[in-house]
Design a protein around this ligand. Structure first.
Ligand SMILES: [Fe+2]
Length: 238
């Protein structure tokens, strides 16, 4: 049986992980990040759709997948704590600048930590840069110590980042990015997450692999999540 299916993966309470109130808060945070740094927001929208699809592929129910999608939309909200010049810098960062960047998961956790219904959101914001070999940050968690939602977002974040041009480097082709994911499975990334993501990328076609297919924009995702949040809870649990 899949390791993911052995984890408490399906919603155990009647309460929605993504209800109208938590969605409104998440969307407000995502829009704040978009106003500050549109590239990070656009990248996060790609991460969110891949993360939702990987979660469903690994057996998550619709509500858990929606919670992961919302968490992925705001996973870099801690970048609001960084000087904007740092995000736009074309030259390689020095050690002090990297130390600031490595603080963004904890900064994000301080922003979302007090929200109600925020468990999945908080674990994604705090732990999306952990690595399964324990060499990630901020906590240095290993393997299944890293919450499953954060392992999913971590691999999707890396794929979307590799295929998107950044100020300091050109993008990789989807095939090269997939090879990189495979090369780092069981070191940086969860191997089961990589297998699910690669399956989806192979099946999805070029528009999907480049995050240009219908449904990828942040606004389309907010609308779909609003429909989910407003639907009767039984519909999501089926
Ligand atoms: Fe990040």
């Amino acid at each position: 049986m899949s390791r993911f299916l052995r984890t408490p993966w399906r919603s155990r309470t009647a309460a929605r992980a993504v209800d109208s109130a938590s969605l409104a808060t998440g969307v407000a945070l995502a829009r704040a990040l978009a106003a500050f740094d549109s590239e990070t927001a656009e990248h996060s929208a790609a991460v969110a759709l891949y993360a939702r699809d990987v979660a469903l592929q690994l057996g998550a129910d619709a509500d858990s997948a929606a919670a992961i999608q919302l968490g992925a939309l705001v996973h870099d909200v801690g970048k609001l704590s960084l000087p904007v010049e740092l995000l736009l810098k074309a030259d390689p960062l020095d050690e002090d600048e990297w130390a600031l960047v490595r603080g963004h998961p904890e900064a994000g956790a301080r922003i979302v930590g007090g929200l109600p219904s925020s468990h999945t959101l908080l674990t994604i914001v705090r732990h999306h840069h952990e690595r399964v070999d324990g060499r990630g940050y901020p906590a240095g968690l290993r393997g299944s110590e890293i919450p499953a939602a954060a392992r999913i977002v971590g691999a999707c974040d890396a794929y979307a980042a590799m295929t998107q041009t950044r100020p300091y480097r050109a993008s990789l082709s989807p095939d090269d990015a997939i090879a990189e994911l495979r090369r780092n499975a069981d070191a940086q990334f969860d191997a089961e997450v990589v297998a699910a993501l690669v399956w989806l990328l192979d099946a999805g076609g070029e528009e999907y692999r480049m995050a240009r297919a219908d449904g990828f924009s942040a606004e389309q995702q907010y609308a779909a999540l609003a429909e989910h949040a407003e639907a009767p809870a039984q519909a999501a649990a089926s």
